[in-house]
Design a protein around this ligand. Structure first.
Ligand SMILES: [Zn+2]
Length: 402
């Protein structure tokens, strides 16, 4: 058996087959696992089958009914670290199929691309993980550490699957989340805080209103306009805070509902707000800032009464620049791609937060496909990128597990 250090990675790279890559992505696109509501059973079965074919030790367990996770282990000879390659099994809904020019779950392969919901986010990354493990296994590369492939449920909504992997006692020394990053290693991502803010009013027949509110009427929609203006000013403040990896935090009003009938002064108006957090901002801090804004408004206008609820809260995450997974991912990408690669950060949130903040596993996000082609009509991924990512993971496994 050859020593891993004597293996030329380029010999292994040449074994990654682009037709196999395209077919793998296409097959997985044809297994919908739309979240919400979320049902990853069929795609988990497919992945477990492929892992068994490759010769990995496979475990499947449910993090909730019909929400399985799949773990495949290429066991090393011992004495090395564990490298985890992670991908999520769910995809976002396709929206109106009439807007697509291809079948959303057809998995069409055309001109070096695979089309369909989930192709970029992230059937492509799952395919690259499988291809890398297959080449390493078939070549009989003697790795000391374990290569762990994890397919998890529910990334797009709540991150149940990733949390469950942590809760069940799996461990990793380094993690790569194979989400679409155009093959660039990202070592930080933003957090997210979704809020619901309501204003309370005092209902009255609309024929009895005055500019001074003489009849005791309070228009909840008018009150909400003050809140919205304040949030727009808050965005200006947030733009002054910058982070070299992920840019600035943001706030955005996404939905508004209010009133019951045209001739009734509305007694309630509700907005939902999306606040994106820098990696070092906590959801609690951001919530407190917005509470302060609301408090100030009600001090200026005693008739402005608000109520605030948290809908979703996920922290950001950051892995230090000098962490081995950051440096080795960069080196692996440069080796496989044959060009310099700059480490960056990600404006969207991901399961990295669970692995870094809850488990303490140094993590980067790095995978095939561009985030700009994910979650859109006619989503696609370039097969070349799936192949290139597989090569990067092979190179990384050699660097970390030998
Ligand atoms: Zn994703």
């Amino acid at each position: 058996m050859p020593r891993a250090s004597s293996i030329d990675p380029h010999t292994l790279f040449s074994k990654v087959d682009s037709r196999e890559a395209a077919n793998l992505v296409s097959s997985m696109v044809q297994i919908p696992s739309v979240n919400p509501p979320g049902n990853e059973e069929s795609i988990a079965q497919f992945l477990a089958g492929k892992m068994s074919e490759i010769g990995l030790e496979v475990e499947t367990f449910e993090s909730a009914p019909h929400r399985p996770n799949v773990i495949g282990r290429l066991r090393g000879t011992g004495g090395g670290p564990v490298l985890m390659l992670n991908g999520h099994l769910d995809v976002v809904p396709p929206g109106d199929p009439g807007l697509w020019t291809v079948e959303p779950f057809g998995g069409e392969i055309r001109h070096g691309k695979v089309y369909g919901r989930g192709s970029a986010d992230m059937r492509g990354g799952l395919a690259s993980m499988l291809l890398a493990a297959k080449v390493l296994r078939e070549a009989g590369v003697p790795l000391k550490g374990d290569l762990l492939l994890t397919g998890v449920a529910d990334e797009e909504v709540g991150g149940k699957g990733a949390n469950d992997v942590v809760d069940r006692g799996y461990s990793a020394d380094m993690v790569v989340i194979c989400e679409p990053t155009d093959l660039v290693p990202l070592r930080a991502h933003k957090g997210i805080l979704w809020l619901e803010i309501s204003t309370a009013g005092n209902a009255l027949h609309s024929s009895r209103v005055s500019s001074k509110g003489t009849w005791g009427e309070v228009n909840a929609i008018y009150k909400m306009t003050e809140v919205i203006k304040a949030l727009q000013n808050y965005l200006t403040e947030l733009e002054k805070r910058t982070n070299p990896l992920v840019g600035n935090p943001t706030v955005s009003v996404g939905t508004i509902t209010g009133g019951t009938k045209t001739n009734i002064v509305p007694d309630r108006c509700t907005i939902t707000v999306d606040r994106r957090l820098l990696p070092d901002e906590s959801p609690e801090e951001a919530k407190a800032e917005i509470e302060q804004i609301l408090l100030k408004l009600s001090e200026q206008d005693p008739k402005l009464k608000t109520d605030l609820k948290v809908i979703i809260s996920r922290s950001g995450a950051v892995t230090p620049e000098d962490s081995p997974i950051v440096q080795l991912s960069k080196a692996a990408a440069e080796e496989a791609l044959g060009k310099p690669v700059e480490v960056s950060g990600c404006p969207a949130t991901s399961d990295m937060e669970v692995f870094v903040n809850r488990a303490g596993w140094p993590t980067v996000i790095m995978g095939p496909g561009r985030i700009g082609t994910a979650h859109i009509v006619d989503e696609y991924i370039d097969v070349d990128q799936v192949v290139a990512a597989a090569k990067i993971y092979i190179s990384l496994a050699l660097k970390t597990l030998s």
